[in-house]
Design a protein around this ligand. Structure first.
Ligand SMILES: [Cu+2]
Length: 146
């Protein structure tokens, strides 16, 4: 009788040690899960940190915008980056207030704004208000289409 009990005890011990061994695996699994969740969180954070799509319009020294036309979706929010590539003259971005109040960008400087396109398709003209610039071709448009 005592022998089977001993066996039972040793089995229990073996069982316990197996159990603690098994406890190591779940914690590893938890660590993997936690790492996965962290990566998922980081993955979720990256687009948020970058924010809306950047639309860059360069203000060129030869009285033009590069590109002359940009396309956004109805209701899309973008980061509009106006970069003056002219190292001598300031240039402007005017849109009759449809995008923003008149913006003047000094030589070599950039101006950035966040803008949400109207919900309807259409086009918004923009131009430079410096004397003679628009007449010399410094104009472009933002096209809003799905
Ligand atoms: Cu200009």
């Amino acid at each position: 009788m005592p022998i089977p009990m001993m066996t039972g005890a040793s089995r229990l011990t073996a069982g316990t040690s197996r159990c603690s061994g098994a406890r190591g695996r779940p914690s590893l699994a938890l660590a993997v899960l936690a790492a996965g969740m962290l990566l998922a969180l980081l993955g979720g954070c990256i687009p948020r940190a970058i924010g809306p799509r950047a639309v860059t319009i360069e203000l060129m020294p030869d009285f033009r915008y590069e590109p002359r036309e940009v396309v956004v979706r109805p209701g899309e929010t973008v980061r509009l980056v106006l970069r003056n590539r002219d190292d001598r003259l300031p240039h402007e971005f005017r849109s009759a207030q449809r995008v923003a109040p008149d913006i003047r960008v000094e030589p070599g400087q950039a101006h950035e704004l966040r803008w949400t396109a109207p919900p309807e398709p259409g086009a918004i003209a923009f131009w430079c208000g410096m004397p003679g610039h628009r007449k010399n071709g410094m104009a472009g448009r933002i096209v809003i289409r799905p």
